[in-house]
Design a protein around this ligand. Structure first.
Ligand code: XMP
Length: 508
């Protein structure tokens, strides 16, 4: 299959670049610069390379780099921001501080008619974020675009098939970004656009069928979209050799267990078990307040429950998980810093009774997973729903998780969800958090010292960045009235108006 390798130099946009490439119909994978030895890249048989941005300065001695050879493996290379500067530097050009000419945000770009700018030459808006720049072009290169402050906003050496952009074509604020990437993929790399969602289910089923022949597996269902889709996929590939185990860990939302049971129990040929493990999980979480610790405990307990089920069901060699591509990258397996260990990646215990872990969705983005779920016939109420983290409400009860606090959060969350679901447009994710702040309340003549519930709603394409949702004030007012009315423990309701970054979607 044709593929583009995105070599990650520590930029926050590596994932976004891979996603844009896939949206244009070409499969893309991210490789850390640390692994980007020329032989490894050659073995990957890719159609082109993209070097990402990064926070460092190329001329500094310990900055991330790749060998010059990487630029001359016979496939075209596109350097973006830091990647463009690195290309210029490796080829013998000069890179240094832009001084007062650093550019941040939207800038007017003037592009010449060239291979990369075919069909988008002339003036347009681009998005910049750089403190360094190319000061002198390497031999064989010409500048193909400029801005008021930056004479080399783009460069190319057509004979060597090397292309550089100082700005970011992957962000939507760059007006012609999509066309520029398309030119690189199709005209320059010669891609044909073989990455299609239709037929993906069949391809994945066949791959799993042959790779997992004769093996038995346990698939953990958490109630979220990803594990549900992984289960539906493997059910088709493995039939009766797959057992789906839905763990009710006591950290589920209101109505969640029933929804999952409805969706799975009736599927013919599927082995489905629901395990009540509330006491076990809550027992281990007693007294634990540290978020990463909670994630690790939950990750470990999940596996112990699966091991016990595997034994009870007569043995299974494999454990299936619904890990998706952003989980892999955000957990630090990719180059960007570890943000938090998603329990289904970083949180697996070292010792497990299973021979291996199968993650059939590991290469897919969320919207691709949803499309796959629909192709596999899962109901819309399950596939189209907002994401829910594997560690469940444990990461939404800030501080220690107790049954009492979970009960308060579960109800507050259900009320908020109901109010949001009445709106004509729904945010991408919306939920309640039980904070660890107490505050004074007054009911009748009595003062109380109650809990604070925070409401969170975000709008996002890919959960890598997100904006807080401008919900109608009436909806927020109704949610607040109902929560404080129904839950005497809660004396205050607040609305979170922070985007990601600098915050994350979840509070823990
Ligand atoms: P953050 O909080 O990292 O969340 O901005 C991005 C998306 O990931 C979900 N999330 C998780 N999912 N295990 C999961 O399976 C986790 O540990 C986890 N933490 C966050 C979050 O709900 C949002 O959709």
């Amino acid at each position: 299959m044709e593929k583009i390798l995105v070599i990650d130099f520590g930029g926050q946009y590596a994932l976004l670049i891979a996603r844009r490439v896939r949206e244009l119909g070409v499969y893309a994978e991210i490789m850390s610069w640390r692994n980007a030895a020329p032989e490894r890249i050659a073995e990957a048989h890719c159609s082109g390379l993209i070097l990402t941005g990064g926070p460092q300065s190329v001329p500094e001695p310990d900055s991330p780099r790749c060998a010059r050879e990487v630029l001359h493996l016979g496939v075209p290379v596109l350097g973006i921001c830091y990647g463009c500067q690195l290309m210029a530097w490796l080829e013998g050009g000069e890179v240094g501080s832009a001084g007062a000419a650093g550019e941040y945000g939207g800038v007017r770009l003037s592009a010449a008619d060239s291979e990369l700018f075919r069909g988008c030459a002339g003036e347009s808006e681009c998005w910049m974020s750089h403190t360094d720049r190319v000061l002198a072009l390497p031999e064989g290169f010409k500048a193909t675009a400029r801005t008021e402050k930056c004479p080399v906003a783009a460069m190319e050496n057509g004979a060597a098939r090397l292309y550089g952009l100082q700005f970011h074509p992957e962000v939507t604020h760059t007006e012609r970004g999509r066309e520029i990437l398309r030119n690189f993929l199709y005209d320059i790399c010669g891609c044909e656009g073989s990455w299609r969602m239709d037929g993906l289910a069949q391809r994945l089923i066949e791959r799993c069928r042959s790779e997992l022949a004769g093996k038995r597996a346990i698939c953990g269902l958490s109630g979220g979209v990803d594990s549900a889709v992984a289960a539906a996929l493997l059910e088709r590939a493995m039939g009766g050799r797959l057992h789906c185990v839905f763990v009710d860990h006591g950290l589920l939302r209101e109505g969640e267990a029933e929804l999952v049971e409805r969706a799975f129990r009736g599927r013919s040929g599927l082995n489905f078990v629901r395990v009540d493990a509330k006491e076990r999980f809550l027992g281990r979480l007693r007294g634990v307040a540290e978020p990463e610790m909670k994630r690790h405990i939950i990750g470990e307990e999940f596996v112990r429950v699966f091991e016990a089920e595997a034994k009870r069901l007569g043995g299974a060699e494999l454990l299936v998980q619904g890990t998706i591509y952003p989980d892999v990258v955000e957990s630090g397996t990719g180059e960007a810093a570890t943000i938090k260990s998603h329990h289904n990646v970083g949180g697996l215990p070292e010792r497990m009774d299973f021979e291996g872990v199968v993650e059939p969705l590991r290469e897919l983005f969320k919207d691709e997973v949803r499309a796959l779920g629909r192709e596999l016939g899962l109901p819309e109420e399950l596939v189209g729903r907002q994401p829910f983290p594997g560690p469940g409400l444990a990461v939404r009860v800030i501080g220690e998780v107790t049954e009492g606090r979970l009960r308060v959060l579960r109800r507050a969350d259900a009320i908020f969800r109901e109010e949001v679901e009445h709106l004509p447009e729904r945010p991408s994710q919306y939920f309640a958090v039980l904070t660890d702040t107490r505050s004074v309340g007054v009911r009748g003549d009595a003062r109380s010292w109650g809990e604070t519930v925070a409401l969170r709603a975000v709008t996002t394409d890919d959960f890598m960045t997100a904006d807080w949702s401008r919900l109608p004030l009436e909806a927020l007012a109704r949610a607040s009235e109902r929560i404080t009315g129904e839950l005497p423990e809660v004396s205050r309701v607040v609305y979170d108006i922070t985007s990601k970054p600098p915050a994350t979607v979840e509070w823990e």
